[in-house]
Structures are given as C-alpha cells and as structure tokens.
Ligand binder design. Structure first.
Ligand code: NAD
Length: 337
C-alpha cells in the first residue's frame, strides 16, 4: 500500500518512513528540504534497505500538489508532517507560518476530498492545551488561546480537518505530540536543528559535545519540586510507531469517529534538572549549565495522560528517558565525528 509522508525527510517524518517501510508500506515522500537534506534518504536506506520515492516539492505550490495526486492516484493514506515549527520565528514572521502550515494543509485536503475515501494523519502538538489546569493532560482538557502563531496553526489545522471531515469522505486522526526526542538506535537518522537549538535535548547534546559553552536553564523558580519546568519526553521511534498504528486503524476502518484525537507521550513528566542529571549519567560527562531568567511563553508543566492511546490505539511508549538521551547522544557524536 502506498502512503504519502509530507515532510518525510524531517526529524519525525524520517523515523516514521523507516517504521512504515519496516511494516511493508510503499512510501512516497514530499519535502522541500527547507529544514532537512536529501542525505537523510541515505540513512533511511541504510536502516531499511529500501529507497522511498522522493518528490522534492513545495506544498505551498497548489498546481504541484494537484499534479502530485494525479500522478499518485493510488495513495492509501497521508501522514502530514510538513510545517514550519520554530515558535520564536513564528512570532517574528507570522505570515510564513500561516502560509506554510495552513495553505499546504488546505491544498492537500482539497485533493483528498475528491476521492471516494481518504485517510489523513495530522501532526498536532500539546501546545494546543497551553498550561493545562490538571496533570496529566487528557484529550478532554480545554484548549487555550495559542501563545504563538505556530501554536495557532496547530489549533487551526485541527479545526480545518474537523470541519472538512464532517462533509467529505476524509477520515482523520489528530496526534498531539508531547516532546519528541532521541534518534534512531542505529544513529543513521536523527534531529538536525539549524542554529541554536530551541529544544532542551539538542541543546544538551551540543553542549556535551563542546559546540556550546554552557546550557541555559530558563528559570528555577517555577512551582515544581526542583523549580525547573516539567515536560514529557517521548522517543521519536515510539512516536513514529504510533503513526503506523494510527494509519492502520484508518485503513482497516477501525476508527470510531471521523476524527479521532490521541495524546502521544510517555505519561511521565521530567524536570530540566532531572534531564541534565540523566544525561550526565548516560554520557559520563559533566554538563556545564547556568540558571538564567524564565523564557517568555514557557509553561510550567505538561505531561500526557496516555490512557486513550494505550487502550484505543493499542500503542504505548517503550523507551525510558535514559534510552532516549543515550540515543540522542550517540547521534550527536556521530554527526560531529
Ligand atoms: P522538521 O522540520 O524536522 O520536519 C518538517 C519537514 O517538512 C522538513 O523536512 C521540511 O523541509 C519539510 N517542509 C516544511 N515546509 C514544507 C513545504 N511547504 N513543502 C514541503 N516540505 C516542507 O520537523 P519535525 O520535528 O519532524 O516536526 C514534524 C511535524 O510535527 C511538524 O508539523 C511539527 O509542527 C510537528 N510537531 C513537532 C514537534 C517537535 O518538537 N519536533 C512537537 C509537536 C509537533
């Protein structure tokens, strides 16, 4: 069965392509390489022994999207990762985010709605919950006004898909990721952040390898046991596997409603200082860090209630924080060697 993976050369997309190919799917990737490189294909081939079809294309170009679906009329499902994802950049350049994240989505849905049936999986985010009142966060937690244009595009994306699914033959699953981290255990693929990483784990591994003098810990006066922010770090391979399970659920028509929503996390929250300690343990390195003031837009705590994904999808995260960090560290060492 042929599956389209948009953004399939990116961090989560590339790991999902690997898991799809391992499960026997034929994968077609669309990527414009705005935040990835064609080299990633080599890593995918090294792991799976199979070369996915790659179409270098910008999803903002509507005619290109139309032509793609004419050429590949036998697509059984679409997993839509392609988007811009830097929160700070979205504040600086909101139109880039509204154009890239929304128009791409609309153009794909316009093609899918012409089909007798279509299966669609969307990369959403726990940012839709803002600072939730109760931990762990269930899918029923109320959504809060987004703090950035990036966050707004995830909420809008969910709304657009829900509206369209109501009146078309599109069935969809919205996956709300917590904090994806780590790399494939083979170290053939992983995260490739451009510039100073916005996320904790690449910042830690780049500091560990000596690329950065010290790690900045944004605030130690939050109302948490050690004063630092708490997040739910989910290994990217676990996350990738959830996409395969979700796709199979749609293809096999096991979905209970036209649009289903699942949190994807481990269910465990870890503080920044806990992550640093764990990194020091797995790497055997002392990590230089300093506490700086809070960063605007950071919430105190977010970790998932994963009951729905565990029982309904039949998926559960397997990796521990130790395993996630050691895979990230192995990847960092490989790309700097
Ligand atoms: P990524 O930047 O590594 O991957 C996105 C890929 O999409 C890149 O390869 C990029 O080149 C491609 N792309 C972007 N715009 C495109 C366009 N117009 N046409 C074609 N290709 C395009 O990001 P990621 O971390 O793998 O994230 C994947 C998805 O998951 C995104 O939608 C992101 O918003 C969402 N998400 C990510 C996180 C995270 O922390 N990584 C958390 C929650 C949600």
């Amino acid at each position: 069965m042929k599956v389209l993976v948009t953004g399939g050369l990116g961090f989560i997309g590339s790991h999902t392509v690997v898991e799809l190919q391992n499960e026997g799917f034929e994968v077609v990737i669309i990527d414009n390489l705005s935040n990835s490189s064609e080299e990633v294909l080599k890593g995918i081939v090294a792991i799976t022994g199979k070369t996915p079809i790659f179409e270098k294309m910008d999803l903002r170009e509507k005619p290109a999207v139309q032509n793609f679906f004419k050429k590949h009329h036998d697509i059984a499902g679409v997993i839509h990762f392609a988007a811009s994802k830097a929160v700070g950049e979205s504040v600086e350049n909101p139109l880039l985010y509204y154009e890239n994240n929304i128009s791409s989505l609309v153009y794909i849905l316009q093609e899918l709605q012409q089909k007798p049936e279509a299966n669609f999986i969307f990369s959403s985010s726990c940012t839709v919950y803002g600072q939730a009142e109760k931990m762990p966060i269930t899918e029923e937690a109320p959504l809060q006004k987004a703090l950035s244009p990036y966050g707004a595009t995830k909420q809008m994306g969910e709304d657009i898909i829900t509206d369209v699914a109501k009146v078309t033959n599109i069935n969809a699953i919205l996956l709300r990721y917590f904090n994806p981290v780590g790399a494939h255990p083979s170290a053939e693929i992983g995260e490739l952040p451009i510039g100073v990483p916005q996320n904790l784990i690449p910042f830690i591994t780049q500091t560990g390898i000596g690329m950065r003098a010290e790690l900045a810990v944004y605030g130690d006066d939050y109302p948490t046991p050690d004063g630092t922010c708490i997040r739910d770090y989910i290994h990217v391979v676990d996350l990738a596997k959830a996409h395969v399970v979700a796709l199979q659920r749609l293809i096999n028509k096991k979905n209970a409603t036209k649009v289903e929503i699942f949190n994807l996390g481990t269910g465990t929250g870890s503080s920044v200082l806990e992550v640093i300690n764990t990194f020091e343990k797995v790497s055997g390195k002392k990590l230089p860090y300093k506490i700086v003031s809070r960063r605007e837009g950071d919430i105190t705590s977010a970790y998932a209630n994963t009951d729905r994904a565990n029982t309904v999808l039949g998926w559960k995260a397997q990796s521990t924080l130790e395993h996630s960090l050691s895979s990230a560290w192995k990847w960092e060492q490989k790309i700097r060697s």
